[in-house]
Design a binder for this molecule. Structure first.
Ligand code: FAD
Length: 339
C-alpha cells in the first residue's frame, strides 16, 4: 500500500520543528490519498521519542536508535533511509530544506533514481494528463515553489519516477496536532545489521554550535523595516518599537543588502518565513519574495509614504506617511497609553 514518509531530524532527544511541520503537511497529503503516514528517525537515546511524533497522526515510525547515529553524518543516515525506502516503497517522501535535508535528500534521490523538488512552499495532490502519452496520471504530488526569482509559482509534477520527493523550508507549513493519543506502530530498525564500518569513515572531531539569539519564527509580534527606513541608525526606531511591544525586529532583503540590519533577520523567500499575530511593515514595498515569507501574519500594518505600495493590498491597516514621523508617534502614544 502506498504511503507518505517523512524523514524526521532529532538532536538531544528533541524532534526538530521542521520535522513536526512536515508531519502535519504529510498527514494532509496522506488523508487526500487515503494512505498511511510513516516517519523515520535516526539518533541516540530515542526511547519515548514517539511522544513527539505520534500526535501528528503517524501510523508507523521507523526508529534507528544508536549512539553512532548522532550527531548526523551523511553515510549512516543515507544507508538506513535508503534501506527503509526500498523496502517500504512510499509514494511520497518529505525532508526539511535544512542543512541535513539538503545533504541527505539528493543522495537518496540519486540512489533511488527518482528526482527531487527542493524548497517547496505548497504541497498538494492532483492528477496530470501527459498529452504525448494521452494518459492521465492520478494522485501525484504537486510540489509547488517560487521560480524565476519568485515571479511565478511553478508546480513541479513527477509522474514517471518513484517515489516523489520534496524538501520544504522551515516555517512554511503549519504544525498541527492531529490527535494527542494517536496510536503509532513503532518499528525498531536493526542498525547494526544495516550499517558497515565504511559508513563511519567521517569522524566528527569537534562541533561548535552558535545560537543566533534571533527567533523570528516564534515571535508573536514583528516590526520589520525595508529599504525605506533609510539607514542603520533609523532602524533603532524600529528596535525601540519592537522592544516596547515585546516583539522582534526583521527586515527585507533590500534592508539587509544595504547593511541596515543583519542577514539572520531577513524575512521572505530567501530568509525566514514568519506567522506572527502582528506584523508591522515599515518602508517595505511588498515584493512577492518578501510577502511569501509574511503574508500569513494574523494582522499586517503597513507604514509607507506611497499609497500604492503593493504591501498595502495585503495589509489590514495602512498608515500613509513618512515612517520617520509615524514610528516615533507610535512609540510615544504606546508609552502614554500602555498600562
Ligand atoms: P523597496 O522595494 O525599495 O521599497 C521601499 C519602500 O519604502 C517603498 O514602498 C517606499 O515607498 C517606502 N518608503 C521609502 N521611504 C519611506 C519613508 N520615509 N517612509 C515610509 N515609507 C517609505 N526580498 C525580501 O524581502 N526577502 C527575501 O527573502 C527576498 N528574496 C529574494 C529572492 C530572489 C531570488 C530575488 C530575485 C529577490 C528577493 N528579494 C527578497 C528582493 C525583493 O525582490 C525586493 O527587492 C525587496 O523585498 C525590496 O525590499 P524593500 O521593500 O525593503 O525595498
Amino acid at each position: 500500500m502506498k504511503s507518505v514518509m517523512v524523514y524526521c531530524e532529532v538532536e538531544n532527544q528533541k524532534v526538530a520543528d521542521i520535522s513536526q511541520e512536515l508531519l502535519s503537511a504529510g498527514k494532509r497529503l496522506a488523508q487526500k490519498l487515503g494512505c498511511p503516514l510513516e516517519a523515520m528517525i535516526f539518533g541516540s537515546s530515542l526511547n519515548g521519542i514517539e511522544n513527539q511524533i505520534a500526535p501528528f497522526g503517524v501510523d508507523r515510525l521507523f526508529v534507528g536508535n544508536s549512539m553512532r547515529l548522532e550527531p548526523y553524518r551523511t553515510l549512516p543516515h543515507a544507508a538506513l533511509a535508503s534501506k527503509i525506502l526500498k523496502e517500504e516503497d512510499p509514494q511520497i517522501v518529505l525532508f526539511g530544506a535544512t542543512s541535513v535535508g539538503r545533504d541527505l535528500a539528493p543522495r537518496l534521490a540519486s540512489v533511488l533514481n527518482c528526482g527531487l523538488t527542493a524548497d517547496c512552499t505548497i504541497l498538494d495532490i492532483g492528477d496530470h494528463l501527459v498529452k504525448k502519452e494521452k494518459k492521465e496520471y492520478k494522485d501525484l504530488l504537486y510540489a509547488i515553489r517560487p521560480a524565476f526569482g519568485g515571479s511565478i509559482m511553478a508546480n513541479i509534477i513527477n509522474w514517471d519516477m518513484h517515489p516523489q520527493m520534496a524538501t520544504v523550508r522551515e516555517g512554511v507549513m503549519k504544525k498541527e496536532i492531529f490527535d494527542e493519543h494517536y496510536a503509532t506502530e513503532i518499528v525498531e530498525v536493526d542498525v547494526n545489521a544495516v550499517l558497515k564500518e565504511e559508513d563511519f569513515v567521517v569522524k566528527i572531531i569537534d562541533r561548535q554550535i552558535k545560537e543566533s539569539g534571533v527567533n523570528l519564527k516564534d515571535a508573536p509580534i514583528i516590526v520589520a523595516g525595508g529599504y525605506g527606513v533609510g539607514s542603520r541608525e533609523n532602524f533603532d526606531l524600529l528596535v525601540e518599537l519592537a522592544q516596547l511591544l515585546g516583539g522582534e525586529v526583521g527586515g527585507s532583503r533590500a534592508a539587509v543588502d544595504a547593511g541596515f540590519i543583519e542577514h539572520n533577520r531577513q524575512i521572505g523567500q530567501t530568509g525566514t518565513t514568519v506567522r506572527p499575530k502582528l506584523y508591522i511593515a515599515a518602508g517595505i514595498s511588498g515584493a512577492i519574495q518578501h510577502t511569501a515569507g509574511m503574508q500569513d501574519a494574523s494582522m499586517i500594518i503597513s507604514i509607507n509614504n506611497d499609497p500604492d505600495a503593493p504591501i498595502n493590498k495585503i495589509a489590514d491597516y495602512v498608515i500613509h506617511g513618512d515612517l520617520g514621523v509615524v514610528v516615533p508617534k507610535m512609540i510615544k502614544f504606546y508609552k502614554q497609553n500602555a498600562k
